[in-house]
Ligand binder design. Sequence first.
Ligand SMILES: O=C(O)CCC(=O)C(=O)O
Length: 305
Amino acid sequence: MTTHTPNIFPALPARPDAEMIARYREDGYLAFLEALTPDEVKQASDGINQLVHKYAFNEALTEHVGGAGKYGQAIKNGRGMLFKSRTSDFHFQVEGNYEARPDRLDELADNIRKFQSYVNELPIYDYIANQHPRLRALLGAVLGEDYRPYSSMALCKPAGGGAEKPWHQDLAYFSVNRFDGVCGVWIALDRAIIANGCMHVIPGGHRRGPRRHNWTKVDCEITTDDIDPANAIPIELPPGGLMIFHGLLPHETPANQSNLRRRALQFHYQSAETHVAPREEYMKKFTGPEGIFIGCDYSKLATKE
Ligand SMILES: O=C(O)CCC(=O)C(=O)O
């Protein structure tokens, strides 16, 4: 077991200092208890309900893919109904054990598992992701001033059973040309604590490079022979708190075993030198000692029983 003083600071500063950035490079993450204002948190949280009301069961705007989805039969975390916008990449997926109904849209909004590509759906998301002055200063210091957005994706955990997201590195999924210039930003919209599935990280775990991921019955994950959970620390955050983390940092969020909903926003960013690479090129780089790809291989999942 390692001892570690968590990199949890009171507030996201106007400019991060050199010491903070040195700790990011060393430990792979920084957290700030206060980053969004209560009004920004409310707008972002209400936005989830607005998007569900706009898109769910709206045939003109949305395609509904019932039940398990493309890969859902093989894994527990992909089973809920999928709502896909017909005009943009925006889509969201319902938690696997929840039955979506058109007459209960606010309840449905509390039972979403995943929102994807939502940043252009409402001005508040574009503001937080791309214009927030303090977040821009932090990203500029971490990735270089000419960084760019990579994606927007948010996992939520409904009260009383929202599923876990097991140990993984985000770069096990992202087809990019290099692994030193990607980071994620995770922002709590509800209080995130151990009981409702807050983030857990392995401080410094990004420095070991890519780790082996396997498809299990739950998800694509680093199994515990390559992670020592005793080295993990929880990052508990109030609404509006923010964590920035390296694309190779192993992290997980346990299941929500409480009656407290846990919503969060997540954005990823890339440095100017980082670009989307053909899958084959990326797979030759995200390798273990044998030179074989060890990220999340979707072709294996499609054939999994
Ligand atoms: O928000 C969560 O529960 C987990 C987010 C995460 O680790 C991911 O999307 O890669």
